[in-house]
Design a binder for this molecule. Structure first.
Ligand code: HEC
Ligand code: HEC
Length: 387
C-alpha cells in the first residue's frame, strides 16, 4: 500500500524517499540552508564517495541519478547496495562511473564541451545498448511521422522556424484565457479535485495565492501528502517521512505552477521565442513555441491550433548528465471567474505520471498564509537514516 503510493508519486516521492534513506546528519536541511547562503554545496561535500561528479552542485546529484535510472531503464539497486549508496560493491556502479567519464570526454573532444551525447543517446532505456540496426519489422508506414517525432524530442529540435512569429501565439493564448486584465484580477484560487495515479484516485485540495504561492494537499489514507511553494522555497511532506526541501529544477517548476498570472507573464520570461511548426497532440494540431530563458532551461509550449490555449508544456531539469523532462498536458478548459483555466492536467516524467481532475474552483477567496509555511519536523522523524 505504502509502496504503491510511493511508486505512484513517481519521481518526486523517489527523491523524497531516497533523501530520507541517505538522510542522516549529512542531508539535514538546516545545515544545507546555511551553506546555501555561502554558495551552493558541492557534491563531494555532501556525499561520501564522489569521483566522477566532483564539483557539481550537491542538489544535482539525485536528479543525475534519476537521469541515469531513466536512461538505462533500471532501478537504483541496479548499481547500489541498499542503504549504502556510497559503496562501490556492484560492478555496474563502477562501469557507470567509467561511462560518466567517457561521456564527458566524448563531449569535450568532439562537441566543444557541449553536452550533446548523454547516457540516453546510447542506452535509450536499456542497460545494454543495441549496436546493430534492426531488420524491417513491417511495411514502413508513416516513417516521415516517426522522424518528425524524433526531431521534436529535445529542446533543440525544430530549429528551422516557420509560419507566424512566435509572439503571436503568446498573445493569442493570453486572449484565449480572458485577457491580461481578467487574468491579473485573480489573486487567489482554491481548487478541489481528484488526483489519479494508475488506478488509485485520491482527493486533492490545491490553493494558490498571488504572487507565487501554491500548496497541494493529497488526502491519502495515511495522512496528507503536501507539496508547497511559498514564493522562495518549496518543500514536500509525505506521511511518515521527514519534510524535504525542494531543489533547483523542482523550484523552477513549482514557481511556474504557482503563478496565477502565468499567461500574462510568459513573454517576460523569455529572452527569445521561436515558433517551431505544428505537431499533433492527440487528434489535434498544436503550434510548438520554444522559449529560451536567461540562465535556465528552455520551455516548450504547445498551443492548440484553433483555440490558441496552452495544451502542453515541457520543461527540463538540469543535471550534470543530461536534462530531465517534465511534460504537463492541460485539458478541459472552463471558465472560472472570468478566466479560462484547465480543469484537468496530466504531469508526466520519466519516473511516473499522474492526472488531476478539478471539480470545484473558487477564485479570490481568502487563503491563509499559514497554509504555505513549512511545518517543524515532527519529533521522532529526525532520528536518522533508514528504517
Ligand atoms: C547505472 C548505475 C547507477 C544507477 C542506476 C544509480 N546510480 Fe547512484 N551512483 C552511481 C555512480 C557511478 C555514483 C558515483 C558518482 C561519482 O563517482 O561521482 C553514484 C552515486 C550516488 C550517490 C552518492 C553516494 C555517496 O555518498 O557517495 C547517491 C546518494 C546515489 N548515487 C543515489 C542513487 C539513487 C537514489 C538512484 C536511483 C534513483 C541511483 N543512485 C541510481 C551509479 C548509479
Ligand atoms: C557512446 C555510447 C554510450 C554512452 C554515452 C553511455 N554508454 Fe553505457 N554502455 C554503452 C555500451 C555499448 C555498453 C555495453 C557494453 C557491453 O555490452 O559490454 C554500456 C554498458 C553500460 C553499463 C553496464 C550494463 C550492464 O548490464 O552491465 C552501465 C551501468 C552503463 N553503460 C551506464 C552508463 C551511464 C550511467 C552512462 C551515462 C553517464 C552511459 N552508460 C553512457 C554505451 C554507452
Amino acid at each position: 500500500m505504502k509502496k504503491a503510493l510511493l511508486s505512484a508519486f513517481g519521481a518526486v516521492a523517489l527523491l523524497v524517499l531516497c533523501g530520507n534513506i541517505i538522510g542522516g546528519a549529512k542531508a539535514q536541511s538546516g545545515a544545507a540552508a546555511v551553506t546555501n547562503a555561502a554558495g551552493p554545496k558541492k557534491a563531494e561535500e555532501q556525499f561520501k564517495n564522489i569521483q566522477a561528479l566532483k564539483g557539481v552542485p550537491a542538489d544535482q546529484v539525485l536528479p543525475a541519478m534519476q537521469f541515469i535510472t531513466a536512461s538505462l531503464g533500471v532501478e537504483c539497486q541496479f548499481c547500489h547496495v541498499e542503504g549504502a549508496f556510497e559503496k562501490d560493491d556492484k560492478k555496474t556502479k563502477q562501469t557507470a562511473r567509467k561511462m560518466m567519464e567517457m561521456m564527458f570526454a566524448i563531449n569535450k573532444d568532439n562537441f566543444e564541451g557541449h553536452r550533446e551525447v548523454t547516457c540516453y543517446s546510447c542506452h535509450r532505456g536499456s542497460a545494454t545498448p543495441v549496436g546493430t540496426p534492426l531488420v524491417m519489422a513491417e511495411v514502413p508506414m508513416g516513417m516521415g511521422e516517426a522522424k518528425k517525432v524524433e526531431e521534436a524530442n529535445g529542446p533543440e529540435a525544430g530549429k528551422e522556424a516557420s509560419g507566424p512569429p512566435a509572439d503571436q501565439f503568446l498573445d493569442k493564448y493570453l486572449q484565449a484565457v480572458g485577457g491580461a486584465t481578467a487574468v491579473e484580477k485573480v489573486t487567489s484560487r482554491a481548487m478541489k479535485g481528484t488526483i489519479t495515479f494508475g488506478d488509485r484516485n485520491i482527493p486533492i485540495d490545491i490553493f494558490s495565492k498571488d504572487p507565487d504561492k501554491r500548496v497541494s494537499f493529497t488526502h491519502t489514507p495515511d495522512g496528507d501528502s503536501v507539496t508547497a511553494f511559498d514564493g522562495h522555497e518549496g518543500w514536500l511532506g509525505i506521511p511518515g517521512h521527514a519534510v524535504r526541501e525542494m531543489h533547483g529544477p523542482d523550484i523552477d517548476g513549482a514557481s511556474m505552477d504557482a503563478d496565477l498570472h502565468f499567461a500574462a507573464h510568459l513573454k517576460e520570461m523569455f529572452t527569445k521565442v521561436e515558433a517551431s511548426g505544428m505537431e499533433k497532440i492527440g487528434e489535434r494540431d498544436a503550434y510548438l513555441v520554444i522559449g529560451q530563458r536567461d540562465g535556465k532551461t528552455p520551455l516548450r509550449l504547445y498551443f492548440d491550433g484553433q483555440s490558441g490555449l496552452l495544451v502542453r508544456l515541457v520543461r527540463y531539469g538540469e543535471t550534470p548528465l543530461g536534462l530531465l523532462p517534465t511534460q504537463i498536458d492541460y485539458a478541459d478548459y472552463r471558465d472560472a471567474g472570468g478566466v479560462k483555466i484547465p480543469f484537468r492536467w496530466t504531469l508526466a516524467r520519466p519516473g511516473g505520471r499522474f492526472t488531476i481532475q478539478i471539480s470545484e474552483v473558487k477564485e479570490n477567496v481568502p487563503v491563509d498564509d499559514a497554509k504555505f509555511a513549512k511545518p517543524a519536523a515532527p519529533s521522532g522523524e529526525q532520528k536518522g537514516p533508514a528504517k
